[in-house]
Design a protein around this ligand. Structure first.
Ligand SMILES: Cc1cc2nc3c(=O)[nH]c(=O)nc-3n(C[C@H](O)[C@H](O)[C@H](O)COP(=O)(O)OP(=O)(O)OC[C@H]3O[C@@H](n4cnc5c(N)ncnc54)[C@H](O)[C@@H]3O)c2cc1C
Length: 287
């Protein structure tokens, strides 16, 4: 029988990969996990569930305090102001703590972290940062990345047209945030910046927000978001987005059968439409 470096090699250290790697090691298998990010935990811990939930919680606290909603409970406050850098630093601290926690669990359970992007050389061999590693079994847990939307170019560094990762770190509260896609992530991050003072417009291609969810939930959720002050444009397709300065224009056709178009201007625009699997990036042996 062939000799391998590992019994199991997991590619990707997100919630799919790190759990598989730790469990395999706990069951006595010699295990490695390849991860191309600087930190473990994947999308969820680095730029997904965790930072977005920290910001949701913080923005809710701010909104409760700033809107005067606490006064009816007998909690009177003086002037409330936002310290956005502190809020973002708190989010980064939570991410650091949790991703470091996975690193600790890898060490504790003797999972080797192969740092770098893994590509297949053959069905039992991957290359990571110029070194090869062989394994009897290889688990692909590479997650997904944002699907490009024709006519919309994302540049998180500029902070104008961004994806969900960029929308976790705006340096200042956008005056007007246009969210392309009325799914959970878009609505969640729209809520964060809306509570911090941005005007929020959600543009959704389908006739209701929250595609795939129960019809009653979608209807009731739309009421809640409208009450929060969201402007929701359903049955509307974004066809292009340009940002000559700090502003963005999004010409859009309203309804698939209508040919007319109009546009929305915004200080910031973020897209959170669908995502696509990353595994083809591992090379042909992965497919
Ligand atoms: C803003 C936001 C909020 C979210 N909120 C929630 C939530 O509240 N609840 C929830 O359940 N889900 C939420 N999600 C979704 C959740 O993050 C994903 O479902 C989850 O991270 C998927 O886990 P995964 O392990 O499949 O992939 P990922 O977490 O994406 O991990 C895959 C890892 O593989 C690595 N990788 C890819 N290719 C290679 C390669 N060739 N070599 C080495 N490494 C590689 C990547 O760098 C990545 O770290 C949210 C997502 C976002 C963006």
């Amino acid at each position: 029988m062939a000799d391998y470096d590992y019994d199991v090699l997991v590619i990707g250290a997100g919630p799919g990969g790190y759990v598989a790697a730790i469990r395999a090691a706990q069951l006595g298998l010699k295990t490695a996990c390849a991860e191309s990010r600087e930190t473990l935990g994947g999308t969820c811990l680095n730029v997904g569930c965790i930072p977005s939930k920290v910001l949701l919680n913080a923005s809710e606290l701010f909104h409760e305090a700033a809107s005067g909603a606490l006064a009816r409970h007998g909690v009177k406050l003086g002037e409330v102001s936002l310290d956005l850098p502190a809020m973002l630093a708190d989010k980064d601290e939570a991410v650091k703590g949790l991703t470091g926690g996975i690193e600790y669990l890898f060490k504790k359970n003797k999972v080797d972290w192969l740092k770098g992007h893994a590509t297949f050389k053959d069905a039992h061999t991957v290359e990571v940062a110029g070194k090869t590693a062989t394994a009897k079994n290889i688990v692909i847990a590479t997650g997904s990345s944002v699907t490009p939307l024709p006519g919309v170019e994302i540049d998180n560094a500029k902070g104008v047209v961004v994806d969900s990762t960029g929308a976790l770190s705006f340096a200042k509260v956008p005056e007007h945030l246009v969210v392309i896609g009325g799914g959970v992530i878009g609505l969640e991050l729209g809520s964060v910046w809306g509570r911090l003072g941005a005007k929020v417009t959600v543009i959704e291609y389908l006739d209701q927000i929250l595609p795939g969810m129960d019809g009653e939930v979608r209807k009731e959720a739309a009421k809640v978001f409208l009450k929060q002050g969201f402007d929701i444009k359903t049955g509307t397709k974004v066809t292009r987005c340009s940002s000559p300065s700090a502003a963005v224009r999004t010409p859009r056709s309203s309804g698939w059968k209508r040919s007319g178009s109009n546009s929305t201007s915004a200080a910031r625009l973020r897209r959170t439409t669908s995502s696509r699997p990353r595994f083809p990036a591992c090379g042909r042996w992965a497919t």
